[in-house]
Design a protein around this ligand. Sequence first.
Ligand SMILES: [Zn+2]
Length: 147
Amino acid sequence: MKGKELLLLTLGIMAVGLVAGAGMDASSTNGQAQMPMTADQQARWAKLSATGKQKFGRFLAALAGAGYRLAWIETVGTGHVPGSRHDKGNAIDLNLFLPNGARLNKYWVEGGQDAGTEWNKVGLLAESLGIRWGGRFSTPDPNHFDI
Ligand SMILES: [Zn+2]
């Protein structure tokens, strides 16, 4: 391989790295742990506003650092009220796998732990990052988070 070809190949690899890096930017901040996402979850994530990606990215990175994993995420999806925070890409609904592997759904935990106690931990973490937690609503929505 000639020097010029090697240089072009190297530049090509660097460009691919930059694109891949940009794709991961949503769920990585300040070197904290990233939250692994499936392609479907990434597609939903991509619909968030720029501020949503930034704030919720910090939130998910903090959750990943605490041992949680993403089970399900909804962002803008169908069924949300026009003009709502979801509709504007400023809200997420989550189901999580707890650090012990049990799935935390909106109202129950696989294996029988108290979902309210578990969502309270997650909600406090969100609030510490300036995110509003649906668990405080007059009709609690414990797996909803918005900005
Ligand atoms: Zn919601």
